[in-house]
Design a protein around this ligand. Structure first.
Ligand code: PMP
Ligand code: GLN
Length: 381
């Protein structure tokens, strides 16, 4: 069979998790919590199953859940989506992202992708026949990553169909601020360019700052697919439930593809999430929860030979390791996993050309004991 995706292999996340298991390493590679979700959430899903919510829901998502999502977005970001026409529940953010690309990108259309970029964007663009235009973030010598807006503006042409944004950003832990969104708005104003906004880490912004969702900015919300994931917010990455919100005209096209791609998302979990979302506390408290883990992890690395990059959001901490090794990132991550018994993700996996910056990513969504064990090992490197 001639491959539709010849350059694609097994994802770095699967490979590093397998390597971590093989070497009995603490897995700070693939991003997922190693602690339990709230048992109340499990109870609510169980109740939904017992109450008979076990057949196909409507394809766009259980109404109660779409309502809960619309209410949350209105409460947190002040933007009111129509429950019937502007919200769709998806099997994780991944399907939402791929479907948003497939439904709107035509062969030959250009899509601007900011690198480092989450690994699912480029294959989806390729399947659609689109042409990715890559704009690399800038990384300050002893500072963090930022989006070079003038360079991004220069990449725009009359063939640009979409710009993909990810904030808070995986893997860099950087967060867009209001000024960044103003720059983005300047770029797309008076064009037909769509925005695909990956906001799966929306509830993990630290130090008292707020998440700049596209939904806070009406000018941007009107042209955006906004994607989020319950896996991240509620510590259940394996349940694979997320959603997309978009203006009705965009959503109508999204749903055409979605209905033949997956049709619907499992029913009992949708009802479980709908009940659970009555209480905003879990996501309101999430920044403090992860900020504490971030601080614990950073403090533990302070005395080590790793150099910490800023982490303003997400559950990822990037580090430079040039005081330890001159190996390329992928080899360093493999060595760290096999010999030090702590797994990490090479940031080069987020660049199409494998750009190597001597930086790896650790995930700190772990029990304090897990972090303590990893820190003890990392301090000895
Ligand atoms: N986007 C980003 C930036 C992510 O980090 C992830 C999860 N690793 C996803 C999308 C996919 O989310 P989900 O597991 O809900 O499909
Ligand atoms: N998004 C997760 C990460 O960045 C991984 C998800 C996956 O394995 N596909 O680590």
């Amino acid at each position: 069979l001639q491959s539709r995706l010849p350059a694609v292999g097994t994802t770095i996340f699967s490979r590093m998790s397998a390597l971590a298991a093989q070497h009995g390493a603490v897995n700070l590679g693939q991003g997922f919590p190693d602690f339990a979700c709230d048992p109340k959430l499990v109870d609510m899903v169980t109740v939904a199953m017992r109450e008979g919510f076990n057949q196909y829901p409507i394809g766009t998502g259980a109404r109660v859940l779409r309502q809960a999502i619309a209410d949350k977005i209105a409460r947190v970001y002040g933007w009111q989506y129509d429950v019937n026409t502007e919200i769709t529940v998806t099997p994780g953010a991944t399907e939402a992202l791929t479907t948003a690309i497939l439904c709107s990108v035509h062969p030959g259309d250009e899509v601007i992708v900011i690198e480092p970029a989450y690994d699912s964007y480029l294959p989806a663009i390729e399947l659609a026949g689109g042409v990715p235009l890559l704009v690399q973030m800038e990384v300050a010598e002893h500072g963090g990553y930022s989006v070079p807006w003038p360079r991004l503006a220069a990449a725009v042409s009359e063939r640009t169909r979409m710009i993909i944004i990810n904030t808070p950003h995986n893997p860099t832990g950087s967060v867009l601020r209001a000024a960044d969104l103003a720059a983005l708005a300047d770029i797309v104003r008076d064009t037909e360019i769509l925005i695909l906004s990956d906001e799966v880490y929306e509830h993990m912004v630290f130090d008292g700052e707020q998440h700049e969702s596209m939904c806070r900015h009406p000018e941007l919300a009107q042209r955006a697919f906004v994607v989020s994931s319950f896996g991240k917010t509620y510590h259940v990455t394996g349940w694979k439930v997320g959603y997309v919100a978009a203006p009705a005209m965009l959503m109508a096209e999204f749903r055409k593809v979605h209905q033949y791609n997956v049709f619907s998302v499992n029913t009992p979990m949708q009802h479980g999430f709908a009940s659970y979302m009555d209480d905003p506390a879990p996501y309101v408290n999430l920044p403090a929860f992860y900020q504490r883990k971030r601080d614990l992890f950073r403090k533990g690395l302070e005395g080590s030979r790793f150099e910490l990059l800023p982490c303003d959001g997400t559950y990822f901490q990037c580090v430079r390791y040039d005081r330890i090794s001159s190996l390329p990132e992928a080899e360093f991550a493999e060595w760290l996993t096999a010999e030090v018994k702590v797994a990490a993700i090479p940031v080069s996996a987020f660049y199409r050309d494998g750009k190597d910056s001597g930086i790896v990513r650790f995930c700190f969504a772990k029990k304090d004991e897990t972090l303590a064990l990893a820190l003890e090992r990392l301090a000895r490197v």
